[in-house]
Ligand binder design. Structure first.
Ligand code: NAI
Ligand code: MG
Length: 491
């Protein structure tokens, strides 16, 4: 009998009491090539050193890709420049919109295949790729398609125009969704693009390249090159790139910032976070616990706006911790393609080591560790949902972005103390507030030095809502009307 069963007479019990029959999503319907080339000027070019993308849940090789060197990046930028000068910048917005709508519709048509490939390549549960990543990616294209023919009415008393060739670099936590966040506003505003997916998750980007080809987008408008950091740097440093948009680690964001200093390139950065979820004693506690679970364990915690710190009002601390511990025991960790799975695979071996190292530091610094007692799969990179109590603000697990399923719990007594603690980080991307009092929600939201604040919910995304950071979480906004501005010159 488990500890929970012994002292859990009053609790609802799931976990090891319920055996779920596996409900795997089929892989039979997907079409994945053995190798993919760079997508440049409307064609796939298989040149350059090879690398492979593996499935983090099975460690099998899924596909072989190529690394773009400086010359290949130059070829992509030249294609983008030609397409910009001769086609895309001259095309009326209403014509551009047709292509963007077409891409959105084709993502919807192929959503099942895209969801399965996303889960295979990156490790996220199929429920999330099916219900969140892919529908939101389509929604971003739909949303920005709608702006393409309305730009001249959008910013009163000014006229707007495109910037030119933009270089975009994205991370591995939301591969297709980040492609959509980057491409859709840039296309709507009339720019052409060279984009690099992350090296561990390039496959849905390659499927999107096929969609773009099939949609008949003029060649060179979107160019996709693969590779590691060096390829990213080649894009950033190419003299004919007019604007850089980067999502990823704060460390690389700073490198990019330094390397384009002194040039006339425009820059937006969407970087790391250490978001706080704040639970007041007057909150609906069960609902708040559910929100905290979603806030930190969604996508294995590989989320820049994850609620990775939990601030609980002292009077409800013990109740919240008890419920959290109970709830994490019910989370199902395992095969990303199984529809029962809550927590899939950690994206890469490197990321798993980083999480392990930080969790070890938490134990060494004296925090108390709680973790799901489930059995982890024998193969692949997995980490059990974990949280720490007795965390002090100076602990590394309270300061550093872990980017994994690990939560740090701290306490507060007054709203002012909660705000001070929530803001006590170099980051400023997100926050969540849980209270029964509307006035408290609004007051706290104003005090948060963070770009996104949720009230009695968490991790809600919508293409119409701007997203971005304060402080070391970066600058610029993506989504909404605000997401157009980084891709426009305003006169
Ligand atoms: P990263 O920042 O190195 O990678 C993000 C993208 O930047 C990738 O496409 C990569 O190839 C590219 N890149 C790397 N070095 C570059 C350079 N010098 N110039 C241009 N592009 C470059 O992130 P990484 O190493 O995959 O993850 C490390 C940590 O960063 C994670 O543990 C996590 O804490 C954080 N991270 C945060 C993300 C966020 O959305 N806030 C996303 C990814 C990582
Ligand atoms: Mg992969």
């Amino acid at each position: 009998m488990s500890e929970l069963q012994k002292n859990g007479a009053r609790e609802l019990l799931f976990g090891d009491l319920w055996e779920y029959a596996p409900a795997p999503e089929s892989r039979g319907h997907i079409n994945l090539a053995e190798s993919y080339g760079h997508f440049i000027n409307g064609e796939f070019i298989k040149e350059g050193d090879e690398f492979t993308s593996v499935s983090p849940s099975t460690e099998e090789t899924l596909s072989t890709l190529h690394i773009a060197d400086d010359a290949m990046v130059d070829r992509a930028v030249k294609a983008a420049r030609d397409a910009y000068d001769n086609v895309w910048s001259k095309m009326p917005g209403r014509e551009r919109a047709k292509y963007i709508y077409r891409i959105a519709r084709m993502i919807q048509e192929k959503s099942r295949e895209l969801a399965v490939i996303e889960s295979m390549d990156g490790g996220k549960p199929i429920r999330e790729s099916r219900d969140v990543d892919i529908p939101l990616a389509a929604a971003h294209f739909f949303y920005y398609a709608g702006w393409a023919d309305k730009l001249e009415y959008t910013f009163p008393a000014s006229s707007v125009s495109s910037i030119g060739v933009v270089g975009q670099i994205i991370p591995w936590n939301f591969p297709l969704l980040m492609m959509a966040w980057k491409l859709a506003p840039a296309l709507a505003t009339g720019n052409t693009i060279v984009i690099k997916p992350a090296e561990t998750t390039p496959l849905t980007a390659m499927k999107l390249a096929e969609i773009i080809q099939e949609a008949g987008l003029p060649p060179g408008v979107v160019n996709i090159v693969n590779g590691y950091g060096k390829t990213g740097a080649a894009i950033v440093n190419h003299p004919d790139i007019n604007k850089v948009a980067f999502t990823g680690s704060t460390e690389v964001g700073k490198i990019i910032q330094r390397s384009i200093a002194g040039t006339d390139k425009r820059l937006t950065l969407e970087l790391g976070g250490k978001g706080a979820n704040i639970i007041f004693e007057d909150a609906a506690i069960d609902q708040a616990v559910e929100g905290v679970i979603n806030g930190i364990y969604f996508n294995q915690g590989h989320v820049c706006c994850a609620g990775s710190r939990l601030l609980v009002q002292e009077s409800v601390h013990d109740e919240v911790v008890r419920k959290l511990n109970h709830r994490i025991q019910t989370l199902i960790v395992g095969d990303p393609l199984d529809k029962n799975t809550d927590i899939g695979a950690i994206n890469s071996r490197e990321q798993l080591s980083k999480i392990q190292e930080l969790v070890q530091s938490g134990e060494q610094e004296g925090a108390v560790r709680f973790a799901t007692q489930c059995k982890l799969p024998d193969k692949g990179y997995f980490f059990p949902p974990t949280f720490f109590t007795d965390v002090s603000p100076s602990h590394r697990i309270a300061q550093e972005e872990i980017f994994g399923p690990v939560l740090s719990v701290m306490t507060f007594r007054t709203p002012e103390e909660a705000a001070a603690k929530a803001n006590n980080t170099p980051y400023g991307l997100s926050a969540g507030i849980w209270s029964d009092k509307g006035s408290k929600l609004f007051k706290m939201a104003q005090l948060m030095r963070a770009g996104v604040v949720w009230g009695n919910t968490y991790n809600k995304f919508d293409p119409g809502s701007p997203f971005g950071g304060y402080k070391e979480s970066g600058f610029g906004r993506e989504g909404g009307l605000h997401g157009l501005l980084p891709y426009l010159e305003v006169k």
